[in-house]
Design a protein around this ligand. Structure first.
Ligand code: MLT
Ligand code: ZN
Length: 460
């Protein structure tokens, strides 16, 4: 039997594609967190900006909450619909709208997967540099809504840097072209940046104009083995001084073992406690600098082994060791911390965090990896098979409170790139001030006066 809400939605927008089958509700009602039981009202698949606006107007009138949905690869519960919300999936709005060679911009609908954006840029002889392992599924709208980072931030910055314009349907149903792809624009507040990292709480991103850049140089990937955690930031400093790094990623041997168990090939005959995957241009000068940096690190005892890619296939193999981590851990439904501090604060923060987690998690497997060159660390705590999910999460939340205090002391952030969503909502006030949070609430009240946009995410 259709609910009264569904009947009124069908009346209001008869042509709107709606899914109500249990399998669809389950599929579209959750993200990669897998912690909440999906329970959406239905899934709306609009095909135009007008349909999105009509949905928002209907939701305000009916008092039904909306959860915008991209590729559902989020890791913070930002796209979870567990309370009878209408999921608004942008999956059908995935078309290219324009390319401008003079402006060097690509305009696309928000449901286009990141990888397709990258391919289109390449087809036009240019490059969209935001990149991360979920590229095939994550949508560009979702990546904007979380200000996604990924593996190239050390070279190119976060998604925010590449958003030239956003077409946005606010929670009150207003259509706004924010940013307009102008290079210069000093005409008041830059509202485009409110859409970035808004996690669907202010409105729905329907289109984006993205800046493109020159294609990167041909590159080499190097895997370094490190004997100690303390060496990490020194190795980074040595390599960064000599090279323009395209990536500088870190993983522990615990992380590597999970990826190997998933079918990847062991890079060294021996195991080492820590590893770095770094990438830089493959021209002669860069290769010579990389070799010098490597030798310098070896002499100082900061690096104990290394391998450099000799082909694209080998480069991909080395990248798999880092990019395969999330997938290889998925079966444990890990509790994820995604924290950031300034790069200069990293050594002290790492030492304190290592001591804290060693003390608080003697009974759990803890997997460390991340974008160390950006000051961004991922800490995944694996649920023991025999332990109940609730008890596991409760223990991880207890420790996250302590971690948030360490972050506060170092001026860091409880979310570097995954967003706050539901997972980190309890800790937002550790790394954002009361004045900041109340300003965010004020902004939400203006753009989403009916409180229909992704309620309960980021803050209550
Ligand atoms: C990554 O860096 O691999 C992603 O942020 C995903 C994750 O943290 O699991
Ligand atoms: Zn990451």
């Amino acid at each position: 039997m259709p609910t009264p809400h569904l009947a009124s939605l069908r009346d209001a927008i008869p042509q709107l594609r709606l899914l109500t089958e249990p399998a669809d509700l389950e599929h579209y009602g959750r993200d990669w967190t897998r912690r909440w039981v999906p329970a959406p009202l239905a899934i709306a698949l609009p095909d135009s900006v007008e349909e999105v606006q009509a949905i928002v107007r209907w939701a305000n009138a009916a008092g039904v909450a909306l959860v915008p949905s991209g590729g559902r690869t989020g890791l913070s519960g930002g796209a979870v619909a567990a309370n009878g919300e209408l999921v608004v999936s942008l999956a059908r709005m995935n078309r290219m709208l324009g390319f401008d060679a003079v402006d060097r911009t690509l305009t696309v609908q928000a449901g286009m997967p990141l990888q397709r954006v990258q391919e289109l840029a390449q087809e036009h002889g240019l490059h969209y540099p935001v990149d991360f392992a979920a590229r095939g599924s994550a949508s560009i709208g979702g990546s904007i809504a979380t200000n996604a980072g990924g593996i190239r931030v050390v070279r190119y910055g976060n998604t925010r840097e590449w958003v030239a314009g956003v077409t946005f349907v606010s929670g009150s149903g207003e259509l706004m072209a924010l940013g307009r792809a102008l290079v210069k624009n000093s005409s008041g507040y830059d509202l485009r940046h409110l859409a970035v990292a808004s996690e669907g709480t202010l409105g729905i991103i329907v289109e984006a104009t993205l800046r493109l850049t020159d294609p990167p140089p041909a590159s080499n990937v190097m895997l370094l083995a490190l004997p100690s955690f303390a060496a990490l930031m020194q190795v980074f400093a040595t390599f960064r001084t000599r090279l323009q790094l395209q990536a500088f990623e870190f993983l522990t041997d615990v992380a590597l073992q999970h990826v190997l168990a998933h079918g990847a090939q062991a890079p060294f005959a021996e195991t080492h406690p820590y590893y770095v995957v770094t990438e830089f241009a493959s021209d002669e000068a860069s290769e010579a600098e990389a070799l010098t940096a490597f030798e310098q690190c070896m002499e100082q005892g900061l690096v104990s082994d290394g391998v450099i890619s000799a082909s694209d296939a080998q480069a991909a193999q080395l990248w798999r060791l880092r990019e395969g981590i999330t997938e290889s851990l998925a079966r444990y439904v890990p509790y994820k911390n995604d924290v950031a501090v300034r790069i200069s604060a990293m050594p002290a923060f790492l030492a304190e965090t290592q001591a804290l987690l060693g003390r608080e998690y003697p009974h759990f497997e803890v997997v460390w990896f991340g974008h160390i060159g950006d000051g961004n660390l991922h800490i995944n705590i694996l649920k023991p098979d025999a332990m109940a999910q609730d008890a596991f999460v409760a223990d991880c939340e207890r420790v996250t409170k302590l971690l948030a205090q360490v972050l506060q002391a170092h001026g860091g952030s409880i979310s570097a790139e995954h967003g706050i969503g539901l997972v980190k909502k309890p800790y937002l006030d550790c790394t954002r001030s009361a004045a900041e949070i109340s300003t965010m609430r004020g902004i939400k009240a203006v753009l989403d006066p009916g409180g229909i946009m992704n309620p309960g995410k980021v803050f209550d």
